[in-house]
Write a protein that binds this ligand. Structure first.
Ligand SMILES: [Zn+2]
Length: 302
C-alpha cells in the first residue's frame, strides 16, 4: 500500500515542490494509528516543513502532544475541546488544557468554537465552553485555533468580547462568503483554507472570497483525514486525506487568487511561522527554541 501510494503521488503531485506548512491535521485520529510514520514520511517528501496536530478532546489532546514531543521541530500540537464535545467541558478537561498549554510543543488553544450545523452539544453549553477556552488562551498567551459552522453571529459576538486580550486567532476551515470574511478580518483573524476549495460545486463561493484574504492573513491546512481535495484523480482507495496532499489545496488557492504556486507557498509558510511564534514570551527560551530552529530542517526527511 505504501509503495502504491508513493507511486501514485509521484505521478500526480503538482509539478513544483515548495515548502508548505499544514496548520491543522487531525493526526491523533484513529485512522492514523497504524501508519503515522509512513504518513509523515510522505508529508516531508511532499515538501511540508512542519505540521500542527489538532487536539479536539481529552484523548486527542494527549495524543497530539505525545506525537509532537516525539517529532521535535516537525510536529506541534494544539489543545482544546471541539464544540461537538462541549458537554465534556469541566474542571478536568480545563486542567488538562491548561497543563498542556505550558508545554513548548503546544502552540495554540483549540480547536474550539461553535457548531450549530451538527448541534452535537446543546448551544448554551457550546458557548460556555468556547468562552472558557478563549479565557484560557488569554491567560496562557497562546493563539487560538477556531471552528465555526452555521453559528457565525454568536461566534463573532463571543470572539469580539475576548478580542482585545487575545493573541492571534485562525478561523480554520473557512468556507464562508465575503461578509463573513469581513467580520473575521475586522477581528484580525487569520483564515485557514482546506480542500473544501477544491470542490467544483461547494467551493465556488469560497473560490471568490479567498481572493479577498489579505496575503498576510492566509493559511492552509489539510484537516486530514477529512476533506480529501476533490480534484485528485485517481482518489486514494481509502479516501483518507493526509498532509502530503496539501499541495493540491495550495494549488487551488493559488489558482483562485491568480498567484503563482511558489509565491503562495512561500507566503503561507511565512504566515504560519509568524502566526505560531507571535505569542512567544521573550523571557522564555524554551518557547523560543522551536522557532529558532525553524528553517534549518529543509528537505531533511525524517
Ligand atoms: Zn473544525
Amino acid at each position: 500500500m505504501a509503495t502504491e501510494l508513493r507511486n501514485w503521488l509521484d505521478r500526480h503531485a503538482p509539478p513544483m515542490m515548495e515548502p508548505l506548512v499544514d496548520i491543522g491535521a487531525n493526526l491523533a485520529d484513529r485512522s492514523f494509528f497504524h501508519d503515522l510514520d509512513a504518513v509523515l514520511k510522505r508529508a516531508w517528501d511532499a515538501g511540508l516543513q512542519w505540521i500542527v496536530v489538532t487536539g479536539s478532546d481529552r484523548q486527542s489532546n494527549e495524543r497530539a502532544f505525545v506525537q509532537a514531543r516525539k517529532h521535535p521541530q516537525r510536529l506541534y500540537a494544539t489543545a482544546g475541546l471541539h464544540p461537538h464535545h462541549a458537554e465534556d467541558w469541566g474542571t478536568g478537561i480545563a486542567a488538562q488544557i491548561r497543563e498542556l498549554s505550558r508545554q513548548p510543543e503546544v502552540v495554540a488553544i483549540g480547536e474550539c468554537g461553535l457548531d450549530y450545523f451538527r448541534d452535537l452539544s446543546p448551544r448554551p453549553i457550546q458557548r460556555a465552553a468556547f468562552g472558557a477556552q478563549l479565557e484560557l488562551a488569554v491567560s496562557a498567551a497562546l493563539p487560538v485555533f477556531l471552528h465555526q459552522r452555521d453559528a457565525h453571529q454568536d461566534f463573532v459576538a463571543i470572539l469580539r468580547e475576548y478580542h482585545p486580550h487575545l493573541k492571534e486567532c485562525v478561523v480554520h476551515c473557512f468556507t464562508g462568503d465575503k461578509d463573513a470574511l469581513a467580520d473575521y478580518l475586522s477581528l484580525d483573524c487569520y483564515i485557514g483554507i482546506t480542500g473544501w476549495i477544491c470542490d467544483e460545486r461547494r467551493g465556488l463561493s469560497l473560490q471568490k472570497s479567498v481572493r479577498e484574504i489579505p496575503p498576510d492573513r492566509l493559511l492552509i491546512e489539510s484537516d486530514a483525514p477529512y476533506l480529501l481535495p476533490r480534484g485528485m484523480r485517481p482518489r486514494p482507495k481509502d479516501r483518507r486525506n493526509e498532509p502530503a496532499f496539501l499541495p493540491w489545496v495550495a494549488q487551488s488557492v493559488a489558482e483562485a487568487r491568480e498567484e503563482s504556486y511558489p509565491e503562495l507557498a512561500a507566503q503561507t509558510t511565512r504566515n504560519a511561522a509568524s502566526f505560531f511564534r507571535r505569542w512567544n514570551d521573550p523571557n522564555s527560551s524554551l518557547r523560543e527554541q522551536p522557532f529558532r530552529e525553524y528553517g534549518r530542517h529543509n528537505n531533511e526527511g525524517d
